[in-house]
Design a binder for this molecule. Sequence first.
Ligand code: GDD
Ligand code: MG
Length: 366
Amino acid sequence: MQEAIILVGGKGTRLRPLTNHTPKPLLGVAGSSFIRHQIAKLMHAGVEHVVFATSYLAGLFEAEFKDFSQDLEISYAVEDVPLGTGGAIRNAGRLLRGGAPDAPVLVLNGDILSGVDLRALLAHHEDRAADVTLHLTRVTDPRAFGLVPTDEAGRVLSFLEKPKTAEECVTDQINAGCYVFRRSVLDAIPADREVSVEQETFPQLVAAGRRVFGHTTADYWRDLGTPLAFVRGSADLVTGRATSPLVGRPAEALIHPTAEVDPTARVTGGSTIGPHAVIGAHAVVDHSIIGGNVSVGAGARIHGSVVDHDSTIGGESTLREVVVGCHTHIGAQNELPAQLRLSCGLRIPARAVRITATAAACPTVH
Ligand code: GDD
Ligand code: MG
């Protein structure tokens, strides 16, 4: 029986306020929670049992899957205090069914959208009789990741998590957050304390001469841990640059059947429009995620942004790479700059924020 562990215990701080009430893997991406895309991919690769390593808002995972009726067994390894990525893998290992010490166990970070062929990764691991096999990918800026140089045979030479200096950036080849562990190697991770798989387990296995291999591919790959990456990943699934068994034919936008989009509005670039959302006349929604019950006023322009459920964007307001928390009201004719994150429940009056000049008269008498 092929089994997998998914690490989903992180707080998703870089995606706040979206993650204030919802763990990162349960956020909606191209019409389904992200974790459902991952589950579908695992089932497609023949996985029959998945263990979620949960911690932050753990109960919401069980709620999400309580009616799951497909042919997959799901278990929950809940950490009362986060055990770190290595501790979480070891803790989840207790719930695996296959007891054979050499059994290959898939381990996935819970925020990676990837086109890697999991069967090919498993075959790579078996062919080399590896202790651990890491999926690796190449990126232009590796600083936010784990650096993993390999030799000609693909054997991992070192593992350096989040390099601090330019000298430390010895390769553009990074840990793609998907591994195959030999069961006995996973069971040997200390169980009684917090352990980082990146900072402790991998460097120690390499230093001890264990058989740690990389499987480098050029498949689509994105970590959805930042707002911009999150909207891009969702848009890529809609437009077909990235694929998921849960997404149909490539499209310009994914509009929920209960949403109302004015015929003069333009919804483009792989945007998703959630249930009961209303998009007004001449509004533009591009490369964005619009949550359920959101209202976008006439002539508003939204680019590369996420608007969480039950929020209102006033007419002729402009949002560029902005994250809007749930139940937030943005009045008309605001112009919100990039990188802005608006807390849940916030109210911004009409014409309150602009990055270009404002023509509104000063209401204070001097
Ligand atoms: N259960 C549990 N417990 N899960 C955890 C914990 C924990 O204590 N800490 C983190 N996680 C989960 C997160 O929920 C996420 O799914 C995954 O572990 C990785 O954590 P991130 O916070 O997303 O890490 P990162 O993106 O900075 O770096 C990791 O991913 C990169 C690839 O995107 C590292 O593995 C890097 O080496 C890698 O390059
Ligand atoms: Mg991440």
